[in-house]
Design a protein around this ligand. Structure first.
Ligand SMILES: NC(=O)c1ccc[n+]([C@@H]2O[C@H](COP(=O)([O-])OP(=O)(O)OC[C@H]3O[C@@H](n4cnc5c(N)ncnc54)[C@H](OP(=O)(O)O)[C@@H]3O)[C@@H](O)[C@H]2O)c1
Length: 332
């Protein structure tokens, strides 16, 4: 098969021949119609991720047709159109993953290829209203947004919600899911055009995070937030503590901008804030995500579809941060 292979830190993805994956017991092969990028892939390429190994086929998100079954797999899966849960071996505790938790695309070969080997337990039937690129766009970012909003932060329709960096893959899902639940959603972005797109999708307000007074602007517009969903971290995180309403929740799933240089704990305890961490999700979260997307008829936003052979161009597009929504590999 063809695959986009990473041979080392800071190397471009090489479009090359790779051995066809063979299913072991309990595993299946999915012929991929589309795959999608996550920021994780860029972090791995830059060497900023734990457990690096090379060569590796990156990619945590994929959708396609089941083309081969290992021993013990229900024959009904053959030929089914599926999306893949990127996480395996979460473990027994729904509150946190086990040490054995693995994400597709490192250490195991991922979806930037014509086919991928995954456990049969990771499969979900493709929601009928989604095209292949839309289906591939859903798993990792959708799961992260779903668990952060619902399982961890218990989103309520009366919440005033802030989603930071709305152009990001996870952030757009958080916007879509919270709007679908009737919450009032505000956003931040680095781009006026992305703020406009977010408004068109139901955001009621927003601010440019590069503006000196972005936090004051949002405070004046909203009066403070019951729930803040953040994947950026960095210096702006302190302002999120200011922006949270008394009794509010801040759920963080990423640190694109690094660690916050300081955190005024007095404001955290005085305002009775919950600061929650969230990472991907359980198998139950994944099933609930797919059901939610089906029943609410949510369509993932696809920024651009690149051919698999141009996976490196897709990585540079993500690194530049110009996207609004998911960057997809496939034929469209
Ligand atoms: N814990 C988990 O399970 C998990 C899962 C997925 C992702 N993550 C992490 O979450 C982060 C986002 O991932 P992603 O795949 O959604 O990435 P992405 O699609 O590349 O999005 C990154 C976004 O960061 C935003 N951003 C940049 N500077 C910002 C600032 N100063 N303030 C606020 N936002 C800023 C940008 O928003 P604009 O485009 O609007 O300017 C950009 O679109 C990454 O660090 C990733 O590693 C963690």
């Amino acid at each position: 098969m063809k695959a986009a292979i990473l041979h080392g830190v800071d190397q471009p993805l090489a479009y090359e021949d790779a051995p066809d994956p063979q299913p072991g017991p309990g595993e299946v092969i999915v012929r991929l119609a589309a795959a999608a990028l996550n920021h994780r892939d860029v972090w791995i390429q830059k060497g900023r991720y734990a457990g690096l190994k090379f060569p590796i086929i990156l990619g945590s998100d994929g959708a396609g047709v089941v083309s081969a079954l290992g021993d013990g797999v229900d024959g009904a899966w053959l030929g089914r159109e599926v999306i893949v849960n990127p996480g395996t071996d979460w473990g027994d505790n729904p509150r946190a993953q086990s040490r054995g938790y693995r994400i597709l695309g490192l250490p195991d070969n991922g979806t930037f290829a014509e086919a991928v080997k995954v456990p049969a337990q990771s499969l979900c039937i493709r929601p009928a209203h989604l095209s292949w690129p839309e289906a591939a766009a859903l798993p990792l970012a959708g799961l992260t947004a779903y668990r952060a909003l619902f399982t961890r932060a218990h989103l309520h329709s009366a919440d005033r919600v802030l989603v930071t960096g709305v152009g990001g893959g996870v952030a757009i899902f958080a916007l879509q899911f919270a709007v679908a639940c009737g919450a009032q959603v505000f956003v931040t972005s680095g781009s006026p055009a992305k703020l406009e797109r977010a408004r068109a999708m139901g955001a009621v307000g927003g601010a440019l995070y590069r503006d000196e007074n972005w936090a004051q602007t949002l405070k004046a517009e909203s009066g403070g937030f019951d729930l803040i969903v953040d994947g950026a971290g960095g210096a702006g995180f302190e302002q999120l503590v200011d922006l949270a309403a008394p009794g509010g929740r801040i759920v963080n799933y990423g640190a694109t901008l690094g660690l916050p240089p300081g955190l005024d704990l007095r404001r955290v305890f005085w305002k009775q804030l919950d600061i929650l961490g969230s990472t991907l999700g359980t198998a139950d979260d994944f099933v609930a995500l797919v059901q939610f997307v089906q029943t609410r008829h949510i369509t993932p936003i696809v920024d651009q579809v690149f051919p698999l052979a141009e996976a490196e161009a897709a990585m540079r597009h993500m690194d530049a941060g110009r996207q609004f929504g998911k960057i997809v590999l496939g034929s469209g």
